[in-house]
Unconditional design. Sequence first.
Length: 117
Amino acid sequence: MFTAAEGATPPAALIGPHGEKPTKWGVASFNVSTAPKSGIAGIAAQSVGGGTWNYGTTAQWNGKRCYSNYIHPTKKHSASVAFAGGVDKDISEADIWATAGITAGAAYTCNAYWGLY
C-alpha cells in the first residue's frame, strides 16, 4: 500500500479525469503464468485500504482480460488497469463497485490498481 502522506506519487492510471489524486492506493503486477489470482473470474476478495479488492485475469477467445474491482463502504474510490499500452479506470462514490478491465494478448503484463480519494 502507498500513501500520498508518505511522499509517494500515484501512477497515471490512478489520476482522475479532473486531476483527482488518490491519498492511498495499491498495485499488483502480474502475467497469466505468475499471477496468484489468475485464470478464472469470481476469485476470493482481498481486504485492502478499508475496502474489498479483487483482481486478476480471465481467459478470453482473443487473449486474456485483465481486471480490477474495488469497493469501499465510506470513501470515494477507484479501480484501474494498465495493460498492453491501454488504461481503463472507474472512480465510484462510497459503497458502489468501481470496475475496470482490458482484453489483450496473453503475453502482456497486467497492472491492477485500487485507490482512495
